[in-house]
Design a protein around this ligand. Structure first.
Ligand code: ADP
Ligand code: MG
Length: 247
């Protein structure tokens, strides 16, 4: 077995009386899309928080490329290559696509993005931003204000923001949410092309997209992983069908 890029070992997180994640272990291999599925309230976002560093697990550990990162904060983890895009859009509407992506790069490099004077000419910000936009097929939209983009294009910008930081792994929390069939198909294709370079931990409700994209699937129900396997195995699993797919 190859070395995991990301591994979670026996993570527990409690909110008051609620055990939001219970003994969760999973890993992400190079070149892979690993999907995490489960009903609302299952603990998926809580898990992402523990990986990204916005939430500290009560017990358990998180390793990135063999290094333990459990005690590190969000920006330390981001600098080590943990890339994420968010469930709720955080783009600055009046600014151009390019400027939005550059702000992310600048923040990671440790500058304050309040003082953005002539950053638009700063190659160290613009080069990675442009490269990320091209990978998301948004090169032609670079200088368009975000407010003029379609919903699907915004999602692509959000992924580009994460990619511009040259992450080792990408955490995506419901990237297809609210997209129509066309936007979903487009993003599916882009993620498929991306995974060889950046393995992806994908949280997604759109099961068609999940079954098409995921090399492996973990099913989270009430804070615990009830099944783990490839798409075909998960599709057939009677517990999964009962607990999650509504059979
Ligand atoms: P999912 O993303 O799978 O829908 P979440 O991880 O958002 O689930 O939530 C899991 C459970 O933890 C839910 O019952 C939610 O209400 C609860 N929860 C999430 N965050 C907090 C928090 N900061 N404080 C208290 N309860 C929380
Ligand atoms: Mg969630």
């Amino acid at each position: 077995m190859s070395e995991s890029v990301l591994s979670l070992t026996r993570l527990y997180k409690r909110f008051g009386a609620l055990q939001a994640t219970h003994d969760v272990s999973l890993d992400l291999q190079p070149g892979e899309i690993h999907a995490l599925i489960g009903p609302n309230g299952a603990g998926k976002s809580t898990l992402i928080g523990q990986i990204a560093g916005s939430l500290r697990p009560d017990e358990g550990s998180v390793h990135l490329a063999g290094k333990e990162i459990t005690a590190l904060n969000v920006s330390q983890r981001a600098r080590l290559g943990l890339g994420r895009s968010f469930q709720i859009s955080s783009l600055a509407e009046p600014l151009s696509v390019m400027r939005n992506v550059m702000i992310g790069v600048q923040a990671l490099q440790g500058h304050s993005f309040r003082f953005w004077t002539p950053v638009s000419r700063d190659e160290s910000l613009q080069a990675p931003a442009r490269e990320a936009l091209e990978r998301m097929r948004l090169g032609h939209r670079a200088w368009t204000p975000v407010s003029e983009l379609s919903h699907g294009e915004r999602r692509q910008v959000e992924v580009a923001c994460a990619l511009a930081l040259k992450p080792r792994v990408l955490l995506l929390d419901e990237p297809m949410a609210g997209l129509g069939p066309e936007g979903t198909a487009q993003l599916t294709e882009l993620l498929e092309a991306l995974k060889q370079e950046v393995p992806i931990l994908l949280i997604e409700h759109d099961m068609e997209a999940v079954f098409r994209l995921a090399d492996r699937i973990s099913v989270l129900v009430a804070g615990s992983i009830i099944a783990q396997g490839d798409s075909a195995t998960i599709r057939r699993d009677p517990h999964v069908r009962e607990a999650y797919l509504g059979d």
